[in-house]
Design a binder for this molecule. Structure first.
Ligand SMILES: [Zn+2]
Length: 247
């Protein structure tokens, strides 16, 4: 079984080949995500050249605000056409840190959640400074394949995510973040994933981060849940197969 980084932005790296090689050496599956039209096409290009890399396509909340409804709909159609190449919808969500214009963000986000539902693939959600709004909004969809990425909301909200049967992904900065360490201790292993959010959130606060480092999140889960690294890797591998439909 392999380690899986469910969320990274490797298209931003100029040393793409060595990032992919390092991940391969550490037995790490890379999932890289698109944030706009251009990066979605870059993800597809990476996938064509490196079939072992998994990809998610989507439009990041800030970029939803920069395009018209027609452009958004045509991008959704583009993603639908490429459904056989993707494992999830990301990076999508709501963000009140970068803009307070929430209604248009919600309209766009809703379309992506419906697309994920239609394709029966997970939606990996960004919810910075909009954690409660995002949960309220997502509860309307009655969809289980929801993964809250790098979730910074409070523990009442985290409990709601768990009770809804959704998942949380633990970034590599967990090594120095009590918040994410506490998420590990309260969330069942069946609802956990790991991510690097490369090039951000380096475990040693450096830049850039890379998918090979995702093992640090797995190690922290093993330590807190008092399990072996192999048990954690295999269990999360089962989560991956169940929710992303990949083996
Ligand atoms: Zn991200």
């Amino acid at each position: 079984m392999e380690y899986i980084d469910i969320h990274s932005h490797i298209k931003m790296e100029n040393n793409l080949d060595s990032v992919i090689k390092n991940a391969h050496e550490k037995n790490v599956v890379i999932t890289t995500v698109g944030v706009d039209k251009k990066s979605n096409r870059k993800c597809l290009e990476i996938k064509t050249k490196n079939p072992e890399v998994q990809i998610c396509l989507g439009i990041y909340p800030k970029h939803v605000l920069e395009i018209t409804e027609e452009e958004l709909d045509s991008e959704i159609e583009f993603i639908r056409k490429n459904k056989n190449k993707i494992v999830g919808i990301s990076e999508v969500g709501l963000d009140l840190f970068e803009s307070e214009e929430i209604e248009k963000q919600k309209r766009g986000f809703g379309k992506f959640v419906n697309l994920a539902k239609e394709l029966d693939i997970p939606v990996i959600v960004h919810s910075r400074k909009a954690e409660e709004i995002a949960i309220n909004f997502l509860e309307n969809f009655e969809y289980k394949k929801i993964i809250m990425h790098c979730f910074s909301g409070n523990f009442k909200l985290i409990q709601r995510i768990i009770d809804n049967g959704w998942s949380l992904s633990i970034p590599t900065n967990v090594v120095h973040s009590e918040h994410f360490q506490k998420i590990i201790s309260i969330c069942p292993l069946e609802q956990l994933f790991c991510e690097t959010d490369s090039p951000y959130l380096h475990p040693a606060k450096k830049f850039p981060n890379e998918p090979a480092n995702v093992v640090r999140s797995y190690e922290k889960i093993a330590e807190i849940k008092k399990l072996s690294l192999e048990e954690v890797r295999d269990k999360i591998g089962e989560n991956w197969e169940r929710i992303f439909g990949k083996s």
